[in-house]
Design a binder for this molecule. Sequence first.
Ligand code: ZN
Ligand code: ZN
Length: 388
Amino acid sequence: MAEKKMAKMAVLKGPDHLDIESFPLPEVKEDGMLIKIEATSICGSDAHSIRSTPAQPSPLGHEFTGKIVEMGERANETIYSFSGPLKVGDRIAVYPWITCGTCPECMRHGNGVCMVCENAFMYGGQETFGNSKYTADAYEAPHFKGGFAEYVYIFPGTYVWKLPEDMPSEIASLLDPLAVCARAIEMAQTEPGVLGESLNTNTNAVVIGEGAIGIMTAMLLKIMGCRNVILTGHKDEKLKKAQEISRCDYVINSNKMEKEERFRYIREITDGGPDLVIQCANNTRASIEGLELVRKLGTYVEVGVPFGFGETFEVELPQLIFSKNVKINSLASNSQRVFDKAFHLLERYQEFPFEKLLTHKFYSLEELMPTMQKMRDVDYIKGVMILK
Ligand SMILES: [Zn+2]
Ligand SMILES: [Zn+2]
């Protein structure tokens, strides 16, 4: 019998403990497929993950794109493609969650909605939820369950998109973060005509945070036709780049302008205060500021990440929320429907400079940890591993 081909994968074992290990390539079942990784982006949440201790050695990376190298006979029935039937050689982008479809939450919200399903599986995740058919155990076959690897095994029940010929794989690896921004925009929307309508051509918006999520959210607000989009952050170099990419109207360095002066300046630009504030900085102080800043009948959206539990802050409810009649929204769940919106935006990569978000390209698994150590650098927006 021929010896099984081996391939490499990053295995997360504990805080800052990531090993590159080899596993035999799995046998492709009739309902699955195997892709060879072409590009995987580093998510802000990956930085939190590598500081934690997973319950078992785990895969890492959920923002990935790859080329189909092997397909089970029934894969076109069991893997849900938004782009029609798939074949070996096609490149695909992947929705990173597989939900069970039958738990009470799936029955209520529909199959595919993440962060609610009791038995969900996440590619590149460290946790096995409920009775998920697939575990977050890197040592359990088919091993290749995360994007920081040379291959990924695609399970039945996965939603995927086929990349157009001309679309670079690294652009497609931005699908997941762009879908977060697309969801933030959905959470900002109100029915037309209500008091304090939040998103129209007259909207003045503030986006807090100069990371990839903040930048792409500002970009989407401009695409949606907002009148003024102001992005706030802390580093001049990043803000300059953020404005270039997002085409927002103003950037403000909060370190260089005292709060009082900053508020006065923003209120001047926005005729009294922003209609919409989207908080993408994952920082409780920024949340309070956002609530203070938003105008009466305005909308506030908190784009959180599921870390920092236990952090609290005090707000004066009557002044900050009640008397302002502010609409407060947040997001954690997402769905393949929103990813589909994001995918079609990425297809317009020649119109919008997504490419410029990819500031740190690297070309091997071994460079993953060194790149992650640069995530706080002033020139860092997004790291992406490109394998050829
Ligand atoms: Zn992500
Ligand atoms: Zn479920």
